[in-house]
Ligand binder design. Structure first.
Ligand code: ARG
Length: 467
């Protein structure tokens, strides 16, 4: 993009009247935002047409001027779309670039567009329009990933795997249940974006530079034209706060947190030490030196890019914290972190949804791992409780039995009945039913539990929510 930004090399800015010397070349580069805010162009034009229409409806400009402005801006939109628009560094930002081109095209009418408006309320409007559209894309991306998780969970609603705490085998769960945990996280993430969108969707235009404007504007009309739910109700707040961008970046950070956790698991599970899953080759790369390697690059990068998005959140929070009201040029620094957050999140969601469809599960290895770490010890304790033993005593009895089994290098279910009875005389033959993986799973049969029937029901509820 920067290569496309050219220099006019002459004093030709729209605010240079009061200055005695031109801005230093390096300062021009330092202060310009056109290198990144060109991305707002379509929204800038949309906002300008709505503003100009209101100006003409309110007889602040003539109908004729409005028609010229609208046609001119539409032509400019096409030039930009076709890649025929020359962005000039001397014109600082997207707003001045478009306005100058409009004036070159249509003369004085173009100069009237900025009546009752400032770049301060203009840029806040553009960013909100852009972010609203982006939020909708994020919500759609989340939904796509949720449904890909659901499909995988459905295939594995009863596939046994070890559930972990402290990364130690804890209790058996189903792989479907594990995946549904992420479905829940993403569901809350989507709800956060839906909520955040409400606060994004307010119109700053009309706030002008900071205090409002002396023209008889109709802000509600502009809000309606642009699809905003209403206007920002304080002009100082409208031009200065970027909390909506921070919220978006926070919600994005949480999605990345969730995906980083899942990535960490995919990395572990696909390592030959676990060998629980296989990630499709198209999401992995090899090593240039070790021929046996298949590296889970995508999950690793998701984990890495999570740090990048957190960085943007910190940048935006820090950007805001010391600013006195109202607009300060600091706010120009909101765009790159925001754009990069959105770009990173959107592509991550897209790739992830596809990657989850490319996962194959090694059921045997998962099952084997679940049967190795005394995953049903709690079930034995619960069994004793049901026979009348207080839970704390049962816990102690099972701990001793596990110690014995460790010494014998066998699983609890492999201890003979006579041996088990040495630990608790109440134990009878029916104990083996609870010591099996299936028995353990099936016994957790309540909403939120890992019993396969419950996982199936959770998937069915989720499918209904998504439809
Ligand atoms: N490029 C500026 C930004 O992104 C537009 C607003 C400039 N306003 C000003 N008073 N200099 O914030």
């Amino acid at each position: 993009m920067t290569e496309k930004v050219n220099s006019l090399n002459k004093k030709d800015t729209s605010w240079s009247g009061r200055f005695n010397e031109p801005v230093a070349e390096l300062v021009k580069i330092y202060t310009a935002s056109i290198g990144f805010d060109y991305r707002l162009a379509a929204y800038d034009i949309q906002g300008s047409i709505a503003h100009a229409h209101m100006l003409s409806e309110q007889s602040i400009i003539s109908k004729q001027d409005f028609v010229a402005i609208e046609n001119g801006l539409q032509e400019i939109a096409q030039e930009i779309e076709a890649g025929n628009f020359e962005w000039l560094l001397d014109l600082e930002d997207v707003h001045l670039n478009i306005e100058k081109r409009l004036t070159d095209k249509i003369g004085d009418a173009g100069k009237r567009l900025h009546t009752g408006r400032s770049r301060n309320d203009q840029v806040a409007t553009d960013v909100r329009l852009w972010l609203r559209a982006t939020t909708d894309q994020v919500i759609a991306g989340l939904q796509k990933l949720q449904s890909s998780l659901l499909d995988l969970a459905e295939q594995h609603y009863d596939t046994v795997m070890p559930g972990f705490t402290h990364l130690q085998v804890a209790q058996p769960v189903t792989f479907g249940h594990h995946l549904m945990a992420y479905y829940e996280m993403l569901k809350r993430d989507a709800a956060r974006f839906v909520d955040c969108r409400k606060r994004i969707n307010r119109l700053p235009l009309g706030a002008a530079a900071l205090a409002g404007t002396s023209y008889p504007i109709d802000r509600e009309m502009v809000a309606k034209t642009l699809g905003f739910d209403g206007v920002c109700e304080n002009s100082l707040d409208a031009v200065s706060d970027r909390d909506f961008a921070i919220e978006f970046t926070f919600a994005s950070s949480l999605v990345m947190t969730h995906l980083s956790r899942l990535s960490e698991e995919l990395i572990l599970w696909s390592s030959p030490r676990f060998a629980f899953i296989d990630i499709a080759d198209r999401f992995c790369t090899g090593s240039s030196i070790m021929p046996q390697k298949k590296n889970p690059d995508v999950p690793e990068l998701v984990r890495g890019k999570t740090g990048r998005v957190y960085g943007h959140l910190t940048a935006l929070l820090t950007l805001m914290k010391g600013q006195p009201l109202a607009y300060n040029k600091d706010n120009q620094e909101d765009k790159e972190p925001l754009f990069d957050t959105a770009d990173t999140l959107l592509v991550t969601l897209e790739i992830y949804a596809d990657m989850m469809r490319g996962i194959t599960v090694n059921k045997e290895n998962m099952r084997q791992a679940a049967s190795e770490g005394f995953a049903t010890a709690t079930d034995l304790a619960d069994y004793l409780v049901k026979k009348g033993m207080p839970f704390r005593d049962a816990h102690e009895v099972v701990a001793l039995a596990v110690r014995h089994a460790v010494d014998q290098k066998v699983d609890l279910s492999e201890l003979p009945l006579a041996t088990l009875q040495k630990f608790a005389a109440d134990i009878t033959d029916d104990v083996y039913a609870v010591l099996t993986l299936e028995g353990s799973l099936q016994s957790r049969n309540h909403i939120g539990g890992t019993a396969p029937v419950q996982v199936k029901a959770a998937i069915a509820r989720a499918k209904k929510e998504m439809s």
